[in-house]
Design a binder for this molecule. Structure first.
Ligand code: SF4
Length: 205
């Protein structure tokens, strides 16, 4: 998780998809990072993975067959999206304009689809956050997001987008800001497996 208040260059504090995903993994991550200001040690690993995704995306960005298959009429690459209203921000690999006059985010993942053949929940949430940001920034309809799995030969999967999911995401944003504003220690994660290799386990009481 980036440290939301101190490292944000925007005048309005905004959260990234990673901030939300880590809060869902364990709400105490929000507290350690943004109330106690104790950074995680895993950040370097995340950056390495993200760097690989960016490299792989660059290799792929000129492949026009993908563009035709998805009905893309235009696209922007590596787009910074931010909405003070949603209190969300992030950089999406591609913003797509589709031939049905809607738009969609596309993100590349340096992995394979999970063993059940469905898009990982974390990837679904991330792409839905980008979908919310595109709707807000471009004032355009977004019905779906797209995730391309690089190690599955760039296979692209659709993630449907709905108002209910956007409401759930807005609730997580509210929860995070409530912890930062009150400084109140949240409950531990309900899944104690998450504690096994947690970088805060020695100081989490
Ligand atoms: S040790 Fe467990 S409860 Fe504490 S921060 Fe880590 S995951 Fe959360």
């Amino acid at each position: 998780m980036s440290e939301i208040i101190r490292s944000d260059t925007e005048s309005t504090p905004m959260l990234t998809p990673t901030d939300l995903l880590e809060h869902i993994w364990c709400p105490r991550f929000t507290w350690f990072m943004n109330v106690q200001h104790i950074p995680q040690h895993e950040e370097t690993r995340y950056k390495v993975l993200k760097g690989r995704e960016i490299h792989a995306r660059r290799e792929n960005e000129n492949k026009s067959y993908l563009r035709r298959k998805l009905g893309v009429v235009d696209k922007q690459i590596g787009v910074y999206l931010a909405s003070p209203k949603l209190r969300l921000r992030g950089i999406v690999d591609e913003v797509l304009w589709l031939k049905d006059n809607t738009m969609a985010p596309l993100d590349y993942k340096y992995t394979r689809l999970n063993e059940h053949g469905v898009v990982f929940k974390t990837h679904q949430m991330q792409i839905r956050i980008y979908a919310m940001l595109i709707q807000e920034v471009y004032h355009s309809k977004v019905n779906k997001g797209l995730v391309a799995y690089i190690r599955d030969y760039y296979k692209v999967y659709e993630v449907p987008v709905s108002t209910e999911q956007a409401t759930d995401i807005a609730s997580v944003v509210d929860e995070i800001f409530a912890i930062i504003q009150t400084g109140q220690l949240p409950k531990r994660t309900s899944n104690r497996n998450h504690c096994i290799d947690c970088c805060y386990r020695n100081i989490c009481v």
